[in-house]
Design a binder for this molecule. Structure first.
Ligand code: CIR
Length: 257
């Protein structure tokens, strides 16, 4: 998918009160803001025009906009986030997407879906079943995608304790290439793909983002950056320390379309 636009939202002043499962300390708000600005600059350098939503103190995790929608070339799907504290984030995204898409669908109860569990690989989608995305939500999403002529399959990551979402350990880089962490490498769903394995010491790097000809990667993962260079990619390294403290990766900071 060729991207021309992205929706972003800076971290709110309540950012440190968001959900996290990692024990990396409290994020520093000023540093998070700077890292977010660099992220936005990188998106612009990839040719995207950005829609900046205002930060929202009511929702500490609202900078992680990716979880609120799944954007494809043919439709947009508003999610119902698995964490109750995040459900209210969808509304402001809905009004933006209704301006851009003629077809906007929604996940409804009892289904839950977080965008971070959905990995697009061309016309095929991997739908993670996780602590956030349940089977009902996954089935609803698969039906919506099928109606738009996309195929999908489920990947159950509930037993993969090191990741919050499927995309914390999986990214698609085009041309049949998947970036995977070790724990996902033997999933039969990925057997027809060329796998780019992320070293166990650099697991956080597995969440990377292909934007047109560039790949955004988290800084500080030299083995992975080398592997991308060798394959002819142009990685753009970004500091993500403050978002990592809140369980967030590169992909979650934007909705690209
Ligand atoms: C949460 O737990 O929901 C946020 N603190 C982090 C969400 C990260 N989103 C993503 O990986 N797509």
């Amino acid at each position: 998918m060729l991207f021309t636009r992205a929706i972003v939202r800076p971290p709110s002043r309540t950012f440190a009160a968001g959900l996290t499962t990692v024990d990396l300390g409290q994020p520093d708000y000023a540093t998070a803001l700077k890292q977010h600005e660099s992220y936005c600059e990188a998106l612009r350098s990839c040719g995207l025009s950005l829609t900046h939503l205002p930060s929202d103190d009511q929702y500490p995790d609202s900078t992680f906009v990716e979880d609120t929608a799944i954007l494809t070339e043919r439709c947009a799907v508003l999610t119902l986030p698995g964490a109750e504290t995040r459900r209210g984030e969808v509304k402001s995204i809905q009004s933006e997407l209704e301006k851009a898409y003629s077809m906007v669908r929604s996940i409804s109860e009892p289904g839950t879906v977080d965008g971070g569990d959905i990995c697009e690989a061309g016309d095929h989608f991997f739908i993670g079943i996780s602590a956030r995305t349940n089977e009902d939500g996954a089935r609803q999403l698969a039906a919506i995608l099928a109606a738009c002529d996309y195929t999908s399959e489920f990947v159950d990551v509930r037993n993969v304790s090191s990741i919050l979402h499927l995309k914390s350990g999986l990214s698609y880089l085009g041309n049949n290439q998947l970036v995977v962490i070790d724990e996902l490498a033997s999933c039969e769903q990925f057997s027809g793909y060329e796998l780019i394995r992320v070293d166990g010491s650099e697991q956080y790097a597995a969440n990377c983002v292909l934007i047109n000809d560039s790949v955004l990667v988290a800084a500080g993962h030299p083995l992975f950056a080398d592997a991308l260079h060798l394959r002819g990619f142009r990685p753009i390294a970004l500091e993500m320390s403050e978002f990592q403290k809140m369980d967030g990766g590169l992909s979650c900071l934007s909705l690209r379309f």
